[in-house]
Design a protein around this ligand. Sequence first.
Ligand code: ZN
Length: 308
Amino acid sequence: MRETELSAHDFVLPLFVSEKLEKRRPIASMPGVFQFSLSEIADEARRAQDIGLQAVLLFGIPAQKDEQATGAYAENGVVQKALRAIKAKCPQLVVMTDVCLCEYMSHGHCGVTRIDGDHFHVMNDETIELLIETALSHATAGADIVAPSDMMDGRIGAIREALDANNLDQTSIMSYAAKFASVFYGPFREAAESPPQFGDRRSYQMDGANAAEALREVALDIDEGADIVMVKPALPYLDILWRARERFAKPTAGYHVSGEYAMIKAAVEKGFMDERTAVLEVMTSLKRAGADIIITYWAGELAEWTRN
Ligand SMILES: [Zn+2]
């Protein structure tokens, strides 16, 4: 009689790869989550495949940052090297890559910025040019799915067009379609080493109070050619996930983010709740609300917990 069943195929594991590391480094605010070195990342991806996961989502941390985010689209950038290593070791594994500039920008914003007195602006169209370069270089290095997380206007259509024009029409796009400005991203910024050095991301991420706007953003990304649309964070925006899945009937992803992870981990450490029971309940709620894909730091454990 059970309506919602979870399996390993529902989950995508985010993986952080750092050019600065010789060996894995734990992320303090996310117990059990690591940054991996380039020499370890393919083994880690292989481990994910061996426990039954079908996909990973790759984030890179470069050795150098600059004002043009050159590491994001360098042929020998950290993600590009990691992709080639992973695809050599486990060609069957679906590799998704985060396409954004914030990890590679010295100022930590998701786009090219211009300071204007007391204000700063993120330059939408200049940013899109660099996002196109990034997506093309990931696809060329072996990414199956590119996942733009920047929230610039018009970037999905521009990336789709560039991929198609470069014989990369088999590369899919998962768009961070409704990405809300959220306190729950806090721990991730330690993981990805990408906190903004000034200002915040409220000018390009969404206001958590706006549901109709979120649906318009999702509609735009679908029109521009997104194959999968994502709602992020997941649990505080379950209603958006539900409405997006119901309205558009597109493959829909929910990103259960670092703060959502850290919150349960902290409660578990204090003995306030059982980890496995709590995580399974949350993941069931996400799938019930319409998530075809759930991106979660518990993907590895969930592959085991849902085995029967
Ligand atoms: Zn970003």
